[in-house]
Design a protein around this ligand. Structure first.
Ligand SMILES: Nc1nc2c(ncn2[C@@H]2O[C@H](COP(=O)(O)OP(=O)(O)O)[C@@H](O)[C@H]2O)c(=O)[nH]1
Ligand SMILES: [Mg+2]
Length: 207
């Protein structure tokens, strides 16, 4: 994909400098400087940390874990001209009632009220039917009115022939346009460059 103004190849995210800004409990925290931001969200263990690391080409940036975490913090990363914000994962089975309510409030306020939010990358496991929490997130995303890119994760676990059917099934189940949906694999690199290009387009270019 090329930059529409200059005709030069668009830089993949992995060629850009990235800096960890911090972890924040307040969904309306002010980040300085003020820049548009793109948020990543999905069920815990969906592969969000792995996808973030693959997108920016830094294997150790976000912590990959076999055990779902319970952090209720926004993790912000600054790139040239925008922020990537890693939202805590939902659907953590062992979280108590109070933790779930706190989580819902953080994410709802962030998605609905945040003035600098330019779009959301929503992660769904390509192998599974959407969970109850995935459906609830779909409703919240619609209500937020934000542009949404969908990354279907762990596509390396699907056979080649099964992939198009999974894209159609998930798009249908969650009322998504198929051109919003990208099959990805953080382990094989499938779809990572395409998703990076869509992210850069969603925030209106870099720099
Ligand atoms: N096969 C495969 N496994 C993955 C992929 N992405 C993540 N995983 C695994 O899924 C588990 C959860 O990954 P993580 O990135 O920590 O998920 P998060 O909880 O959503 O941040 C880890 O065991 C990862 O190694 C992928 O693209 N393919
Ligand atoms: Mg994670």
């Amino acid at each position: 994909m090329r930059d529409e103004r200059t005709g030069a190849p668009a830089p993949p995210l992995s060629s850009l400098p990235i800096e960890f800004v911090g972890s924040f409990p307040d969904p309306l925290v002010t980040l300085a400087p003020a820049l548009p931001e793109l948020a990543l969200i999905g069920r815990s263990n969906v592969g969000k940390s792995s996808l973030l690391n693959a997108l920016v080409g830094r294997p150790g940036l976000a912590r990959v874990s076999g055990t779902p975490g319970k952090t209720t913090l926004l993790n912000a990363f600054r790139l040239p001209g925008f922020y990537l914000v890693d939202l805590p994962g939902y659907g953590f089975a062992r979280a108590g009632k109070a933790a779930r309510a706190g989580y819902r409030q953080l994410v709802e306020r962030y998605l609905v009220e945040r003035p600098t939010l330019a779009g959301v990358v929503w992660l769904l496991d390509s192998r599974h039917e959407p969970s109850r929490e995935d459906h609830a997130m779909q409703e919240l995303l619609v209500r937020s009115g934000r542009p949404v890119l969908v990354a279907l994760t762990k596509a390396d676990k699907l056979t080649h022939s099964a992939r198009p059917g999974r894209v159609r099934a998930l798009a249908l189940a969650l009322a998504l346009q198929e051109d919003q949906v990208q099959l990805t694999s953080s382990s094989s690199g499938l779809g990572i460059a395409e998703l990076a290009t869509s992210i850069i387009a969603a925030i209106g270019g870099t720099g």
